[in-house]
Design a protein around this ligand. Structure first.
Ligand code: SAM
Length: 286
């Protein structure tokens, strides 16, 4: 039986053509076929490094038919490199599906790692990089978008988003409306001549882009919510309420009576016994 080939996910530059590893160049030179998200873009890279290989396009709109074709080629023993438009294949571009198909077909999958715009933006943002969430592009459908933003509202980790320049202002406004004003970093044209960082808050960023339309590629890095803000908001919910109403907040959130009493006691800085006694008093009063 013929030996199967290997699928190599090869990271390519996100702007600066020098950001390619020696291993990436070797693998691109050695594989039988290169599957590319945007063949025109990849041709530029291959020409720059004098690499001549058959190219097959593999993108969002042909990934089903081309995916099956690429799997057939891999099963017949061909080695294939998958490259995306820029950066790491599989991060906000097709790649994920091909990896899944290859795994299902017991085909070896490996990677030649390299640049990811999200990681470069995060690391240079100056915002906490120890814990973060990558959200890619926000959904465009209004309802799905609102749901996603509501979900992100209480995210304590740094949030990373991708956005196209013509939608950036729209997205910043949505972030401001739902998540509230907070620190944001706009990392623009990373690794390119006009690499630039705008470090400010959402309201300032909105003002900036109202005066000067965004140009180029951007990563949006947003501060997570401050844990104290969440606590303050919970306090706002129960402030002025009696213990019974305070209990109801947690019971409505699905907690059982014991858990709710524990939370109420914590919030008010009193003992559980005191909560119990207070509840009893309210009950007896009728
Ligand atoms: N696979 C890529 C990666 O590894 O980063 C991301 C591809 S995604 C289709 C394209 C988005 O990535 C752009 O809209 C932008 O948000 C971000 N991006 C890519 N290159 C960038 C750069 N040089 N500077 C800033 N953002 C970039």
């Amino acid at each position: 039986m013929e030996q199967k080939g290997t699928l190599y996910l090869v990271a390519t530059p996100i702007g600066n053509l020098e950001d390619i590893t020696l291993r990436a160049l070797r693998v691109l030179n050695e594989v039988d076929l290169i599957a590319a998200e945007d063949t025109r873009q990849t041709v530029k890279l291959l020409n720059h490094y004098n690499i001549k290989k058959p190219l097959v396009s593999y993108h969002e709109h042909n990934k089903v038919s081309k995916g099956n074709y690429l799997i057939e080629q891999l099963l017949s023993g061909k080695n294939i490199a998958l490259v995306s438009d820029a950066g790491t294949p599989g991060i906000s571009d097709p790649g994920e599906d091909l990896v899944k198909l290859a795994i299902e077909n017991n085909i070896a999958v490996t990677m030649v790692p390299g640049p990811v715009a999200a990681i470069m933006g995060l690391v240079l943002s100056g915002l906490p990089a120890g814990r973060f969430v990558f959200e890619g592009f926000l959904p465009m459908n209004k309802r799905a978008r609102k749901e996603r933003l509501e979900y992100l509202k209480n995210e304590v980790r740094t949030i990373i988003l991708y956005e196209a320049p013509h939608k950036l202002l729209y997205t910043l406004n949505d972030l401001y409306d739902i998540l509230g004003n907070r620190k944001v970093v706009l990392a623009r044209e990373l690794t390119k001549i006009y690499e630039e960082f705008l470090r400010c808050d959402l309201s300032e960023a909105i003002k900036h882009f109202e005066e000067q339309s965004p140009k180029g590629e951007y990563v949006v890095i947003l501060e997570g919510i401050n844990v104290n803000t969440i606590k303050e908001e919970t306090v706002k919910q129960w402030e002025g309420k009696d213990i019974k109403e305070h209990m109801e907040i947690y019971l409505l959130q699905g907690m059982d009576k014991k858990e709710a009493m524990k939370k109420v006691a914590e919030d008010r800085g009193i003992s559980r016994r005191e909560v119990y006694n207070e509840l009893l008093k309210i009950k007896n009063k009728g």
